[in-house]
Design a protein around this ligand. Structure first.
Ligand code: KG4
Ligand code: ZN
Length: 359
């Protein structure tokens, strides 16, 4: 079954054609990064206008890349939450128009859940084995920092999330403070390569690192607003030379990443998970990937790292996840709404090996 996936929740217009949930026939992304870079963050109305301009040619290019036509598509999937409402509306209106005109089934995809599924795009076989569950997913992007526990029958529980900034946001804002450009994550990773991560001591909130015990209810929660403020003070009224900048950034990157790692490993231990997965844009980060590999090897846990091209926003994860819903007979209708936020309770994940649909 071929599914066309559409993604427009933030600053990337993306479309992909996938067969049976993982075989990628085509995937295209039109990024607006340059447009928003001048503002140091995404401006929703500008994003919507760009999506509107790009979506139709992008979908045409996706079909051209796959060498197939719309008549071969059996279902449509579109991200409908969470995201910037003006941006989501463009993709959703387009998908609904296509669905109506071509009498195709439509499914709204949760972008957060799709980021987790993205880790499995290259290794779908792992999803067939209940022994790999419960799975612990760390979703780290510009909008989210969350630890999710997924059971073999699909029940997903949010163990913790950020109380303020997301990890990617903390990197983007740090780059903005230092006038380095947008998005901050890849720029910081590059400049931090020659720096000493131990040269500055940045706070690691809610981790117990300061000697202050973390309240039990926050043991899997994150907070990154303090580290950002600490950076602001560390560089205030200082002119940093190249080496000092590298040292500050290496220390800052380590402070953010080590908290992500220690909390994930603590949750993996507490819930006795056999497998962890790392996904979302920040999961492209080489330091984070390396540290997870080291710790998971030590703790004898299986680690699934989403391919970098699947970490940042894309439509492969949308089309792929939707296939699992369609396979179980689940779909939406044309009244499908868009939402800025995640639902209170996460949906059951249909890609889990023992998932059974309740219709
Ligand atoms: O998943 P994504 O493309 O969009 C959201 O759903 O937010 O993630 C974007 C985030 C940005 O904050 C960006 O700075 C971060 O991912 N990012 C990185 C790297 N590449 C992208 N962070 C750290 N290291 C990277 N190499
Ligand atoms: Zn995303």
């Amino acid at each position: 079954m071929i599914v066309l996936g559409i993604e427009s929740s933030c600053d990337e217009t993306a479309a992909a054609l996938l067969r049976d949930g993982h075989e990628v026939l085509a995937s295209r992304i039109s990024s607006q990064i340059k447009l928003h870079a001048a503002y140091g963050g995404v401006i929703p109305e500008l994003a919507a206008r760009e999506h509107l301009k790009n979506i139709s040619p992008l979908i045409d290019a996706t079909f051209a890349q796959a060498g197939i036509g719309l008549q071969e598509v059996e279902a449509l999937a579109v991200t409908n939450r969470p995201g910037l409402i003006p941006a989501l509306l463009v993709g959703n209106s387009y998908a609904k128009g296509l669905a109506l005109a071509n009498r195709l089934p439509l499914l709204g995809v949760n972008h957060f859940e799709a980021h987790i599924y993205a880790a499995f795009l290259n290794q779908p076989g792992l999803l067939q084995n209940p022994a790999n569950f419960p799975l612990l997913a760390l979703v780290v992007s510009g909008g989210h920092t969350a630890l999710v526990l997924v059971q073999a029958e699909g029940r997903a529980e949010l163990l913790g999330s950020t109380l303020d900034d997301a990890a990617g946001e903390a990197l983007d804002k740090a780059a903005k403070i230092l006038n380095l450009g947008y998005p901050g994550g890849p720029i910081i990773e590059r400049l931090a390569k020659n720096g000493d991560p131990q040269s500055y001591s940045f706070p690691r909130a809610l981790s117990g690192a300061s000697g202050k015990a973390t309240p039990r209810e926050h043991r899997f929660n994150f907070s990154f607003s303090g580290v950002k403020t600490a950076l602001l003070y560390a560089v205030k009224e200082r002119r940093l030379n190249e080496q000092q900048l590298a040292d500050v950034l290496a220390s800052y990157q380590a402070a953010v990443m080590e908290v992500l790692l220690s909390k994930s490993m603590a949750a993996a231990e507490e819930y006795k998970v056999p497998m962890l997965c790392l996904c979302g844009g920040v999961a492209c980060n080489g330091y984070l990937r390396r540290r997870f590999q080291e710790e998971c090897q030590k703790q004898e846990k299986q680690l699934l790292l989403a391919e970098p091209a699947c970490c940042t926003d894309n439509a492969m994860m949308v089309a792929g996840l939707a296939w699992h819903y369609f396979k179980h007979g689940l779909q939406d209708d044309l009244s499908l709404p868009v939402y800025a936020r995640l639902p209170e309770k996460l949906p059951k994940f249909p890609f889990a090996p023992e998932f059974q649909a309740v219709k």
